[in-house]
Design a protein around this ligand. Structure first.
Ligand code: FES
Length: 161
């Protein structure tokens, strides 16, 4: 067993101490805590939760994949949050999201193969006056259009070199 796996297990077990006698109903908050602590839900984390709660891993995946908020791969070097709140929606955030997906060839919850970008869809991030907006590692990109996406992403690709 590798150290990484042990530390994932240890982290999960530590979280589970907050949920004594937890059952299926506590699954979502437990998974949220694990994601907050570890950045994503690894196979090892899911298996550990399954053992502790006496639930098959397939059941846990079934529940977790139902919710957009969970990721099953580590975040990329740059984490992209595309806002799909109402103001951004009205100003065309769906086209922005489609452009990001097309450009990076990933879906929300995924990470590019080179590990550079991960993508998440979020609700209002409090910058409605700048709609449609996306947040990349704390930098807000405002008044976006689908045409602007390739050059925005290129800035980060250059920065990473
Ligand atoms: S709806 Fe997108 S920032 Fe508020």
């Amino acid at each position: 067993m590798s150290t990484a796996v042990q530390s994932i297990e240890a982290g999960v077990k530590q979280i589970l101490t907050k949920y004594p006698k937890a059952g299926r109903d506590a699954l979502i908050p437990i998974l949220q805590d694990i994601q907050e602590q570890q950045g994503f839900l690894s196979r090892e984390a899911v298996v550990t939760v399954g053992k502790e709660l006496d639930l098959p891993a397939s059941k846990i995946y079934g529940v977790a994949t139902f919710y957009n908020q969970f990721r099953f791969t580590p975040q990329g070097k740059y984490h992209i949050q595309v806002c799909r709140g109402t103001a951004c929606h009205v100003k065309g955030s769906l086209a922005v999201l489609d452009a990001v997906k097309r450009e990076l060839k990933i879906e929300p919850g995924e990470t590019t193969r080179d590990g550079l970008f991960s993508l998440e869809v979020v609700a209002c991030i409090g910058a409605c006056g700048l709609a449609p907006v996306m947040n990349i590692d704390g930098n807000f990109h405002a008044n976006l259009t689908s045409q602007a996406i390739p050059s925005v992403l290129k800035q980060y690709q250059k920065q990473a070199k």
